[in-house]
Ligand binder design. Structure first.
Ligand code: UDP
Length: 140
């Protein structure tokens, strides 16, 4: 299995509850290495651009408001089969459906305030990493 990269966000519900370390430990325990990380407060333009794929969905406005409601931590994660590995440890979008031991089962508040984002494909990982990081900010 190849070592690849994925993009992660620790969302405002998690930073508000001081769970940055707990979420990062879960990612590291799952075999992922944080090779870039920064705490930012997303602008409305950034959130709308990042979630543009969802702009026709009924939850889009609320999602943008939530993602700009407080600080987030954007991260690049590296590991074997990083996209799948991260999706597995994140758990299902709705915490009510998430498996025991996953980040969303342990920490998420709701289907919206679900603590973490993770890329869903290698292609999207590359796009999302480039949305927030310059190549020199990633130190593998
Ligand atoms: N979301 C929401 N309501 C929904 C579905 C999704 O608020 O009914 C939010 C939630 O924060 C989710 C994000 O929109 O993480 C992106 O949705 P997606 O279906 O891509 O889920 P993910 O890939 O994050 O599991």
């Amino acid at each position: 299995m190849a070592v690849t990269r994925t993009f992660s966000i620790i969302k405002p519900d998690a930073t508000r509850r001081n769970l940055t370390g707990a979420v990062t430990k879960a990612l590291e325990d799952a075999g992922l290495r944080v090779v870039a990380s920064k705490r930012i407060h997303m602008t409305r333009e950034q959130a709308e651009g990042f979630y543009a794929v969802h702009k026709e969905r009924p939850f889009f406005g609320d999602l943008v408001a939530f993602m700009t409601s407080g600080p987030v931590v954007v991260q690049v994660l590296e590991g074997e089969d990083a996209v799948k590995r991260n999706r597995d440890i994140m758990g299902a979008t709705n915490p009510a459906d998430a498996a025991e031991g996953t980040i969303r089962k342990s920490f998420a508040e709701s289907i919206e305030a679900n603590s973490v984002h993770g890329s869903d494909s290698d292609e999207n990982a590359a796009i999302e990493i480039a949305f927030f990081f310059k190549p020199e900010e990633i130190v593998g």
